[in-house]
Design a protein around this ligand. Structure first.
Ligand code: UCC
Length: 534
């Protein structure tokens, strides 16, 4: 008897095989912008399903290595990375993963365009999207708070499309005493002559091979500001290529993100330049954090999409109980629920990217700025948590194969797990949402925005869905009385579910107007899974 071998899942051009992403962008971008960017996205979708997968596999197979000493005992602290990892940096530069946002070729729509590129890049990048996130955030910090010299030098490297010129940036915030509680930072900035030098230990530094980094330190002066943190710009290596007063203590042994070099560092006199106001470091680095948090959300949504693409392809091939998995109603229902999850998450990310684009081109009004501030933690925390759940479910769709390392599937789940930890855990972000809501009084603005959007859902077939969402929206203010800190997570999730429902309803109405009535299924799934009472 001929032996049976199961065919594994395959990917094709990840733009061409993602009709939802195409439709969402078509709806959100002006026609001339969509027409201008679509061919580039199609080209990139081919790379994401082709050469990038080989680079990512190489990067995963050859994790970074720390070489502390040369053969003759000199301290060198070299971090060797795979050729595939370097190629993924090259692709990022060529495809303008960061540059697209700063060239602003399409004005306020440039961020949407860029996030679409990131959506294609991240799931094929072995998490090279992490250095890109920090690089983008760093570019924005320099644009807003950097010196002329930084704008003329580092900034040009960070936004370059030339792989030889392209720099990445680190963001060194975490210390042994303080992860979420950054105020416990112990690193000291000592003024020597006219320059600062940093002394301290950074406990987690991602992408430690970057050329520069932003980091926080306490200025060593006996004045009032000494209790607060300031932001510093650091270049990792001097003109001879030697580390600049920095020692690499070791690389971290992590659950996932294994191609990404994450190190413990000691700063032992690293030259540093103050950026922004002394003592206002947390507020200044928040610019960077808010961008990396949106990258995180985009990465969460696109990782869910990738996982689902693989599960959907496999469901056509895998025969069980006499027919393909896709023809089993329960399996099809499971995949449809996951599809709704991916669609809701994707719309949230695109919604935030559109607001970011407006903010950065000074076309956002005050309400839109406040909404962006409120939505950033909400969308980050929600999509990250869902990415873990969706990737876990997708592994199950493969049965035992989903648990076997060399299928590549377990990495989806291992890599998803970090998304709800770094850049602020779920609880920290839920509290950040309350911080933003209180400071800007933005919750009523957001509730109003939801009401206005719902009032535009006029299609008769969507009337019941609109009523359901309206009812949940009406319940939300009641959650805001009492011990909001204790219930911050519940508030954040309730709001995110409503946001997803409203954005999906808008999208479905647009699809129905062009004759695609079946798209209502996804809204129904979202409402069943998310908004209706259990
Ligand atoms: O993990 C890291 C690197 C990972 C790699 C990147 C991956 C990117 C994704 C890629 C996808 C594949 S770096 C470490 C990440 N660490 C964090 O995210 C820290 C989490 N903790 C927080 O966010 C906390 O909420 C803190 C640190 C912000 C709280 O600190 P404080 O000292 O208690 O802060 P305050 O006093 O509440 O805020 C200080 C000021 C205030 O403004 P002023 O001074 O005007 O009153 C706040 O309103 O900062 C302002 N602020 C913000 N402003 C605080 N957070 C924000 C914010 N998010 N946006 C705007």
């Amino acid at each position: 008897m001929k032996a049976f071998f199961q065919q594994g899942p395959e990917l094709a051009n990840t733009w061409n095989t993602d009709p939802f992403l195409q439709a969402a962008l078509q709806r959100l971008l002006p026609v001339h912008v969509f027409d201008a960017v679509a061919p580039g996205l199609e080209y990139f979708g081919e790379r994401a399903a082709g050469e990038m997968l080989d680079y990512a596999a190489d990067a995963e197979r050859h994790p970074p290595e720390h070489i502390p000493y040369d053969p003759w005992g000199r301290r060198i602290d070299d971090i060797r990375v795979a050729d595939g990892w370097k190629q993924l940096h090259r692709v990022a530069a060529e495809e303008g993963i960061v540059a697209t946002a700063y060239e602003r070729e399409h004005g306020e729509h440039s961020r949407l365009h860029q996030f679409a590129r990131l959506y294609l890049y991240h799931p094929s990048s072995a998490i090279c999207s992490c250095p890109m996130a920090m690089t983008d955030g760093a570019a924005r910090v320099i644009e807003l708070h950097g010196s002329e010299t930084m704008r003329a030098n580092a900034f040009r490297h960070l936004i370059s499309r030339d792989p030889e010129m392209f720099w990445t940036s680190g963001q060194w915030m975490t210390e042994r005493a303080g992860g979420s509680d950054v105020s416990r930072t112990e690193t000291i900035a000592r003024k020597q002559d006219d320059a600062y030098r940093l002394f301290g230990t950074k406990w987690f530094t991602s992408a430690t091979t970057s050329q520069m980094a932003f980091t926080l330190a306490r200025i060593e002066e006996k004045n009032e500001a000494s209790s607060q943190l300031s932001l510093f710009y650091v270049e990792q290596r001097d003109e001879n290529g030697e580390l600049n007063g920095i020692r690499v203590n070791r690389l971290k042994d992590k659950l996932g993100t294994r191609a990404l070099p994450t190190a413990e560092l000691t700063l032992d006199g690293a030259p540093a330049i103050l950026v922004g106001e002394p003592g206002k470091g947390v507020r200044t680095i928040a610019t960077l954090l808010n961008i990396t948090r949106l990258y995180n959300a985009c990465s969460s949504a696109s990782q869910m999409r990738r996982a689902l693409m693989l599960a959907t392809d496999y469901a056509q091939k895998r025969i069980a109980f006499g027919k393909p998995l896709s023809e089993h109603p329960l399996h099809a229902e499971t995949l449809a629920a996951l599809e709704a999850e991916v669609q809701g998450a994707t719309l949230m990310v695109l919604h935030a990217a559109a607001l970011l684009g407006k903010e950065e081109t000074d076309t956002a009004n005050d309400t839109e700025r406040k909404l962006l501030r409120l939505l950033t933690p909400m969308i980050k925390l929600y999509t990250a948590k869902q990415a873990v759940a969706v990737c876990s479910e997708v592994l199950e769709c493969f049965g035992g194969a989903g648990y076997i390392e060399d299928t590549g599937l377990p990495a989806l789940l291992r890599d998803a797990q970090v998304l709800s930890i770094w850049e602020g855990t779920t609880n920290v972000l839920a509290l950040d949402l309350l911080r933003a809501a209180t400071k800007d009084e933005s919750l009523p603005l957001w509730l109003n925005d939801m009401h206005v959007r719902l009032s535009n859902i006029g299609h008769p077939e969507l009337a019941a869905a609109r009523e359901t969402i309206d009812a949940r929206l009406a319940e939300l203010p009641a959650l805001l009385f009492g011990d909001t800190e204790r219930h911050a997570r519940r508030i954040a999730f309730a709001a995110a579910r409503i946001l997803g429902a409203v954005l999906l309803a808008e999208h479905v109405q647009w699809e129905m107007a062009r004759g695609n009535h079946s798209t209502r299924t996804w809204l129904d799934h979202w409402l069943r899974g998310k908004v209706l009472p259990a």
